[in-house]
Write a protein that binds this ligand. Structure first.
Ligand code: RP5
Length: 165
């Protein structure tokens, strides 16, 4: 098993159904990753050590998901120079998802978090692969194929739609 280059973290195991989508697409693209729970509020020391040690362990990008008062992505970004992708989660403690989105999106100047859509675990995985691909030509080539397949899926659906009536 290769050393992980993407670290997927989430504030709670209850975020797994969204965050596993990032893992699934990384697996499909053959990108080595790790996935675990790190809570900003309930395991703050673990958040600090995870963020501080990630680069030294060979991680190139962190995907962090949380819901409600979603401080995990932003606090992780404050603790590392690695790029952090934030996934706002429509969790049980979220009012309607906006609290999760805004907590991750509205970062102060100097500490960016690349925020994907609400429950956007799948896109977060693709974006993480794209970041990792900037230093991995083989992965970059696999992403070109991935994009080509997306295009073909749409092109193949045109006939069905046009012949519907
Ligand atoms: C956040 O609170 C977690 O990321 C999760 O989205 C939400 C609810 O957590 P649980 O109460 O289900 O553990 O910190």
């Amino acid at each position: 098993m290769s050393r992980p280059v993407v670290s997927i973290i989430m504030g709670s195991a209850s975020d797994l159904s969204v965050m596993e989508k990032a893992g699934e697409v990384l697996k499909e693209l053959n990108v080595p990753f790790e996935m675990t729970v790190v809570s900003a509020h309930r395991t703050p020391e673990r958040m600090v050590s995870h963020a501080a040690e990630a680069a030294g362990r060979g991680i190139k990008v962190i995907v962090a998901g949380a819901g409600g008062a979603a401080h995990l992505p932003g606090m992780t970004a404050s603790l590392t120079a690695l790029p952090v992708i934030g996934v706002p989660i429509h969790s049980s403690n979220s009012i309607d998802g906006w609290d999760s989105v805004l907590s991750i999106l509205q970062m102060p100047s100097g500490v960016p978090v690349a925020t994907v859509a609400l429950d956007g675990g799948y896109n977060a995985g693709i974006l993480a692969a794209q970041i990792a691909a900037t230093s991995d030509k083989n992965l970059a080539a696999r992403l070109v194929v991935f994009k080509e397949e997306l295009k073909n899926k749409v092109l193949n659906s045109i006939d069905t739609v046009e012949k519907r009536f």
